[in-house]
Design a protein around this ligand. Structure first.
Ligand code: NAP
Length: 484
């Protein structure tokens, strides 16, 4: 399927109660190709009235959906996994077109995203409670787990499929219905997924998908609607904080997957081949537009020069271009604002004394490209050590003592993921225990795994997605005391 055929196949309406419809006021949003700045297609933009209709549909479906047999929900998830896998090229092309990442990375996301459906298809049949005798022997304690109820899911643009399936998979498994709002820059992948879910037999109303450019106006009334039971959000920390405040009135169950500022520690005893390979993955996956992206490279002074030279060689060898083109390994950033922010962060670092080893500038005559960049001698007060870079820029700083390295790594309000490279077992343990992050990658530059609990501490949020923990976010425990 070529680009045009792919775009012609994707539905562009609002998916509510199992049907496609236009926005109630006819509004639409253009979806842009970040590699060219041109419009790819146009999708319906929901109004507050459409948002309410989507929640109406989710509420209407909740009772019957919660009562389905676990095996039925498992089979739907498994069929969806199979069909997404069969249509990997279609989903990958859509993602590359709307988000920009190279096709090979989009295919990687299809595999990763679909895997949440397979994982949770296997978890559905293991939802269980417990049975106990009270300490005084007078009561039997029974617990059961029930679906939380209708969920609102708000997702970002950087992983248009996986950030959705990581929420939709466990919600379907638990027996929750849902309204999904994808990011307005990348609605197409989620609309294609809604179509596929209907095809595999997900009952009408269980999954509703609404894209909108009136985001706040449509979301706030839903968060305030007393029929909603849970809000799950993946996105930036400032928006996450605002949504937590909005959800307080109803004391909603809330999960927050927010920003990161990942340190990447390379100790003197590290295997440098592995460290450079890990650095490429941790930095360049998604052009650096990942919450898990290595944001600060902290390298022991004895290996810093060699690490920087080898890392910069690899960065300089990357091919920047439109993600659909052969051999391209680095696509455009999502929009002009993001590209300009990356440029500003680099300028700030160099104005404070950083040296550019490779890259350092925007590139291309259209689209939002930035060169893969390595900076050394970055001062601790540079803005890019405090803020998420969200671009292909690797700032390197050095340390001499382990304790100092851990202290530097923890010196951030974020706490999503940290990476450490060392061959010493004792150091692995000490460093893993000392890092104040929800996830730690040891000798690997990627931690995302459907079987693992993904999530942060501090201002990176709370709640876990994936693993056996992921389904608990969508279940409530009920205790029943029985007098025998
Ligand atoms: P964002 O600006 O916070 O947007 C995320 C989502 O929130 C989008 O769907 C956006 O809709 C929506 N939103 C914006 N304003 C809203 C409002 N007033 N009410 C309700 N929803 C609102 O973040 P982003 O730029 O898309 O994504 C990048 C951020 O996500 C980074 O900080 C990254 O670290 C984080 N992230 C975290 C994880 C994780 O698992 N921890 C994973 C991926 C990304 P519109 O598109 O309509 O604005």
């Amino acid at each position: 399927m070529n680009e045009r055929e792919t775009l012609d196949k994707v539905p562009t309406g609002l998916f509510i109660g199992g049907e496609w419809r236009d926005s109630s006021n006819g509004a639409t949003t253009d979806v842009e190709d970040p590699a060219t700045g041109e419009t790819l297609t146009t999708v319906s933009s929901a109004t507050a009235e459409d948002g309410k209709a989507a929640l109406d549909a989710a509420v209407a479906a909740q009772h019957d959906w919660a009562a389905t047999a676990p095996r039925e929900r498992a089979e739907i998830l498994r069929s969806a996994f199979d069909l997404i896998t069969e249509r990997a090229d279609y989903f990958a092309m859509l993602m590359t077109l709307e988000m920009g990442k190279p096709l090979a990375q989009s295919k990687g996301e299809v595999t990763y995203g679909a895997e949440f459906f397979r994982w949770f298809s296997e978890e559905v049949v293991r939802i269980a409670g417990r049975w106990a005798t009270s300490p005084d022997g007078n009561t039997r304690l029974m617990t059961m787990k029930q679906p939380v109820g209708p969920v609102l899911m708000i997702t970002p643009w950087n992983f248009p499929l996986a950030m959705g399936t990581r929420k939709i998979g466990p919600a379907i498994a638990a027996g929750c219905t849902m309204v999904v709002k994808p990011a307005q820059q990348t609605p197409l992948t989620m609309l294609a997924l809604a179509d596929l879910m209907a095809e595999v037999g997900l009952p009408a109303g269980v999954l509703n998908v609404i894209s909108t450019h009136d985001t706040g106006e449509v979301m706030e009334p839903l968060i305030g609607d007393d029929r909603l039971r849970k809000l799950t959000f993946t996105g930036s920390t400032p928006i996450g904080k605002m949504l937590v405040k909005q959800s307080a009135d109803q004391l909603l169950r809330v999960s927050m997957e927010l920003g990161g500022n990942a340190p990447f520690l390379v100790f003197a005893d590290a295997d440098l081949d592995k460290a450079v390979e890990g650095a490429m993955l941790a930095k360049m996956r998604n052009m650096g537009e990942a919450c898990t992206a290595a944001n600060r490279f902290l390298v022991h002074e004895s290996v810093a020069d060699e690490f920087a030279t080898r890392f910069a060689e690899k960065m300089a060898a990357e091919k920047v271009g439109r993600g659909t083109e052969d051999g391209v390994t680095v696509g455009p950033l999502i929009d002009a604002k993001q590209r300009d922010k990356v440029a500003e962060l680099v300028d700030d670092a160099t104005s404070r004394g950083a040296s550019v080893v490779t890259g350092g500038s925007t590139t291309g005559d259209k689209g939002y490209f930035f060169e893969p960049t390595v900076l050394t001698d970055v001062s601790a007060d540079a803005d890019l050590f405090r803020e998420e870079i969200f671009g292909p820029v690797a700032p390197i700083s050095t340390f001499s003592e382990d304790e100092k390295a851990i202290q530097m790594a923890n010196d951030t309000e974020y706490g999503l993921v940290a990476y450490a490279f060392t061959t010493d077992l004792g150091r692995m343990i000490r460093v893993s225990e000392g890092l104040e992050f929800g996830m730690v990658g040891i000798n690997q530059g990627i931690v995302s795994n459907p079987a693992a609990p993904f999530g942060g501490v501090k201002q990176s949020g709370f709640g876990r997605e994936g693993g056996p923990e992921g389904i608990e976010e969508y279940l409530s425990v009920k205790y029943v005391g029985i007098a025998p």
